[in-house]
Every structure is written in structure tokens, then in C-alpha cells.
Write a protein that binds this ligand. Sequence first.
Ligand code: M6R
Length: 604
Amino acid sequence: MCGIVGYIGKRDVAPLLLEGLQRLEYRGYDSAGVVITGKSGELRTVKAKGRVRELESRIPKRFAGTTGIAHTRWATHGAPSDLNAHPHLDADEKVAVVHNGIIDNASELRIRLSAEGVVFASETDTEVLAHLIARSAAETLEKKVSEALRSVEGTYGIAVLHQDFPGRIVVARNGSPVVLGIGEKEMFVASDVAALVAHTRQVVTLGDGEMATLKADDFRTYTTEGSQTTATPTTVEWEAESYDMGGHDTYMHKEVFEQAEAVDRVLRGRIDDRFATVHLGGLNLDAREARSVRRIKILGCGTSYHAGQIGAGLIEELARIPADAEPASEFRYRNPVVDPDTLYVAVSQSGETYDVLAAVQELKRKGARVLGVVNVVGSAIAREADGGTYVHAGPEVCVVSTKCFTNTVVAFALLALHLGRVRDLSVTDGKRIIEGLRKLPAQIEEILKTEPEIKQLAKAYADARSMLFIGRVRGYPVAREASLKLKEVSYIHAEAYPASELKHGPLALIDPSMPTVAIVPDDDLLEKNRAALEEIKARSGRILAVAHQEQEKADHTIVVPKNEDELDPILMGIPLQLFAYHTALALGRDIDKPRNLAKSVTVE
Ligand code: M6R
């Protein structure tokens, strides 16, 4: 989604801003823009529809300055265009604003401002902010910005420059991430650490309702009401190099191949062999509290929701606590019954997905205890939750989630084992699961070695217009995630069904042109799954099975190594990530930035 980057210091600002924007490209965008304070203090703006390289080509030769802000826009109000690209300025071009989020009462404010004589240059919601700030009679830029923000409803992460207040950038956050990067006599601001880790790893993440003023050698944070807040910089654990492609052609490929290492990281330091359990330091849930949990409700969106579905299964199997997962986007709108004996778990790679954050806030308002299972340290959901665990997948740049899915599921296995061991799970089963977890990195490596074969299969199936994915119980969320992966990256329509539901409808779709991808683990449901393959074959359907042994009824089988039954779902999705990748490659898709999608969905 939209991205913000800003700099104030001594260096030439335009190249720094362009580099920052490039590092935010993965979030998805359709236009970009930059504004700097020029040599005579005037604001100089350049905007372009399309890619950052288009913006770069429009930057004049003489475009020097040491203060500036920039933006990549993902259209919400008004089509992608030069005019709608940020920054937005007031009529006198004294105030420039870049904004992530949505101003909900923008239409109302536009009507009010138009009646007062304001002429709008764009169709965006953001432009109202520039006019409101410019029209404020407050004495300082900080007060002008907070006065303007008092009139708006909605979500924002903003950065503001004002010609009459040189040498400072004022930023504010409500629902959209804003991170300050603290350098030596220079300061950065961005909506994502990716844009600033190449320059500093000392960061301050603003909370909702917080603002900050950045000067070259100083920063301060305060509330929108003006009270000082404490901001202690923390060190980002991810190095700048983790954002590079590392010799792969796409981030997706790189991230799929990082999974063995990533899983090793999420396990590291957490296993307690003596008591056949794991330690998850940040849960803030003691054994007595863990024993009193009567239900677990997991909330997430997209891939994180699917990881949560597998997580719910693991919790039921290992801890015998009733658990289920629900899309956070649905949950928050159905006035859910919030039960004090239920433990709520919010899952999110970015930790910034608006629907998940809003669900967490709603739950907390109603007194629930919420844990976060999150990848990005210090993100909004991690901060809002009462405790939780990080999944330590490292930065995920490709819009399509792969390694974070796998690590999130492993994190759920750890949570399930922990809960199980303070309840009913035996030492023997605890040890069995730990052994299984330890095998995962090597087994992932083994699966990744089958890439050439998967590539051939992907070519063979890439002509399909639609594909069915089936799985049963443990295999069903694997099928759902694999189907999402394929449709996101290849644009082939894909639909996931429980294999048990075939006869109740989807069997009508089966013919030679509709391939089925079937998840067929060697567990107590193997025969039932084989029966589903028979049914498909009898109707001349093509079958690609992911299984622990060759499947006679399948046209092709990808054989994956066997782990413990409960942990098999972690491995069975991995070849299908590669399948989606190679299908997309065969079809010439934009793999890291699929059309219409953004990496983190920070608006509704
Ligand atoms: O950052 P989150 O995990 O909260 O994101 C949730 C979804 O938007 C995300 O998983 C989406 O489905 C991805 N494109 C999946 O590949």
C-alpha cells in the first residue's frame, strides 16, 4: 500500500528519497511523488503516475536540498494520475503533505473548504489536510498540524513540510505506521523500516495519536494534544542486506528458499528438552492462566488467516482446547460475543493490517485478552496485544507471503505445545512433537531440492483456466493457502474445498480441463483421501497430488518427507508455493508485485 519516506540532514535529499521509495515499491503503488525544500526555502514538487523510475526521470538536473518527503500512492480516492499523486499542497504551495491511510470525512471537508473558496487540485482525501494546515491560525507548525488533525476522521500516517517553518518535518500517526530513523545529525521518517535500514537501525515507532518533530540533529515526540511522550530508540534486528534480492530473480523465490533458515530461527532458544515443552517469553500468560483458557479464537486475514486455521487445528490436537480461526475482517463487523474465558490470538505478518488491528482494538475495548503472532517487531498489532510471540521470519518483501506463513504455523505449533504441556499433553507426545519440529529445516531443504521437477509440473498445468484444491481436516487449510498462492501470483482462478465436500457440489466442475491439486498425507484419513482421487479420476479429472508416497490415481505426485501427523501441514504447502511461483513465471506474471495487491493493507 502507500509508502512514506522523509529525510532531514546535510545530505542531498532527492537521491535518498528515491532510494527509500524504491525500497517501498514492494508494498504496491500506482504513482509517486517528492517534495523538497529548495535552496531559497521554496517547496519544489515532482510527481508521476507509474513507477518510481518514471518519477526519477522527471526530476530536474538542479534539484538540490537537504530536507524532503516523498510518497508512493495506492489509489483510493481518485484514479492513479500525476495530479492525484502525493505530495499535496495548499493553493500557495507553502504546505506539502504525504499521507497513508484514508480520511473518512474527506467529502464533508471538501464541501466545507470549497464553500470557503478553496479550489482543489486533486480528487484525493489527502489534499484537505494541506488546506486545513495552511488555513490554521495556530502559531507553530506542530499546532497547525494537530488542529487540522482534530477536524479529520479516519486513519493516517502523515509527514508535513511548511515553507514558513523550515528545518523541520512534522509527522503524525493514527492507524498507519510511522517510524522515525535516528541518525548522526540526520533524521529519517518512513512508513516501513525497509526504507531506512540502509542508513540507520535506530528507530522509534510512533503510537496512534502521537506526533513528532524531526530536525537534523534532534527529534521530539508528543501527543496531538501537545503533551510530551517518551521515545526510546530501539535497534532493528534486520540488516539492510536482508532486503536485497541475494542473487535470486525475485523476492518470492528468495523467500521460499529462506524457509529452512527461517524455521530454524523461530525454534532457536525456545525448546526445553527437559520438560518436553517450549518457552515463549512474551506470552504474558502464566501456567494457571493458560489452564483456565476455555476457547481460543484466532483472527487474521489472507495467508495469516490460513496459518491461523492450521494453528487452531494444532491447538485442538495438542492442547485439547476448542479453537477456530476467522477472518478478522468479518469478525470485527459482526458484533461478536466477547467471552472472558476465550483467549484471542491476532495473526499478522506486517502487524499493521487494518482489519486485524481494528479487531484487536474492538476486543480490547470489550475486555478480552489478546495475544499477537506477528513478524514485524514493534508493529501496531504487536504493541496493541497483551502479549504474544514473534515469528522471526525476517523481512518479507514479496507481496505474496511464503516464509512468514510457514514460520507463523511453526509459531502456532510452539504455542500449541506450550499450552498442551501445561494441560494434558504427555511428556512422550511433547518429545515426539519436539523431534518433529527439529526435523523441519532439513525436510524443507529436501523439498526445495525438488524445484526442477515442480517447475516442469507447473509448465504442464499452466494452461488451466481454473484449478480445484482439496484437502481434508489438516490438509484443508493447506489447500486453501495453496489455492490463494496460485491465484495471487498466476491469476489462475483457484478454489479450495474440503475433500469431504466434493460430492456435495464441486464434483460437477470436474472434467479434463479442470485439474485438481490434492493434499494427501499419510495419516488416518489416507484412504478417504484416496477415495476422493478415485472420484475425480472416474470423471477424467487431472490430478496433482502432494503426498508422502506416489498416488496411483494421480497423474503426478509431489512426494514430501513425512513428519509427525500434526506437523505435516507445515511441509505440504511448501512445494505448492514453488508450483505457484513457476506457474506465474511460465505465464510471465509480475511475481513480486501481483496486480491490484499490496503487501500490507493498512486501510479497510
Ligand atoms: O500482514 P498480514 O499478514 O496481516 O497480511 C494479511 C494479508 O493481507 C496477506 O496475508 C495477504 O493475503 C497476502 N497477499 C498473502 O500472500
